[in-house]
Design a protein around this ligand. Sequence first.
Ligand code: 5AD
Ligand code: SF4
Length: 438
Amino acid sequence: MKPAPKTFAVKSFGCQMNAYDGDRMAELMTAQGLTAADPASADLVVLNTCHIREKATEKVYSDIGRIRKDAGKLGRAPMIAIAGCVAQAEGAEIVRRAGVDVVVGPQAYHNLPDLVAKAARGESALDTDMPVETKFAHLPGRRRVGPSAFLTVQEGCDKFCTYCVVPYTRGAEVSRPRGQIVDEAKALVDAGARELTLLGQNVNAWEDGARGLHHLIAELDKIEGLARIRYTTSHPNDMAQGLIDAHRDVGKLMPFLHLPVQSGSDRILKAMNRSHSRDSYLRLLERVVAARPDIALSGDFIVGFPGETDADFAETLSLIDAVGYAQAFSFKYSPRPGTPAAGMADQVEPHVMDERLQQLQAALNRDQAAFNANTFGRSCQVLIERKGKLPGQMLGKSPWLQSVHLLTDAPIGALVEVDIVRGDPNSLSGVERIKIAA
Ligand code: 5AD
Ligand code: SF4
């Protein structure tokens, strides 16, 4: 038994959806009267975990050990709650192995206050249910946020790529109701957001009856005070023509598309159960570029999926050459417990994976540098997000999601018209023209 906590800290790992969930859990605890604190001194530490890749579970156990040790030095023993996808996947095993106080899955964290109260009474506090009735209805309203805010509109995945744990940890595809999303979007704008990134494991599978994501985007476009809309992550098979057209027609929708492909080899795509081919992906991107010629493209890649040969990998490199990504993420394949690929023959040797990852990242870095260099001489709007390191310097984002440094007295949250005077591999430098809005 531990006394009911008065202070809390939430540490989130992994994807943007986890970051969003972490913020919402923090809001939930604040609404209960708890105060945010440093993890070392908090009465309650929530670890919001990620299960997508490599040694996720082991990392959680060592994090728990570290938290206990750091707090122990201060003579404290905080209540520990494990949330997120490892909580969902491991469940009671975490309580058995690490004796934590609370385990709560990603679809049940609206119950965190109840679980904390149970733990304080010395009762077992585990909830990994995936109720049909969504948690969102039970969360408190949004208060203060930065200029760029996340908004979860869809969760879960029905695609069952053979390497991926998401369908098991986050459950089936569910769309949040439109009215609830629009209300939250307005609340976020009132709380200071100028840019909203709509989140979902398959965000472009969002639906409201026959209406798809582009209808939602068109509705959000009307919100006064909102300047920019983004969305992530999309699946190639849910990329409706209406959404592609929105990149041409909707003023606030930014010219950026994150569309994971994972591999350039049809044989591997099939083994991954991706249900698109190299060619259908490339043709899809052609349509996107036709609608919005300046669009920045991004993707995800996995190297070393079981059975991947040098020839398969060469196809991935040639796909990268064909697309010319503005940025992308790449990962070594990691067998996830309970997924079909984990049991497949021909697992690729670690040193081969290492070499392929290096080659792939060299190609992606080359293309990112070229894309940034290409922005040199352009002018664009930059959303100011925070202070830079130098005096008078601010940092913001271009429409193409590049970081831009500039000297300006415009405040955080301002949109500034900027001439790009440098395009470095990882960021841009700009010079302010006229202030459009503060
Ligand atoms: N191993 C490596 N990368 C993975 N991803 C998902 N599952 C795995 C895995 N088992 C990557 C995919 C996905 C991104 C979010 O994480 O590229 O798009
Ligand atoms: Fe995982 Fe594939 Fe679903 Fe993405 S689409 S979450 S990679 S199963």
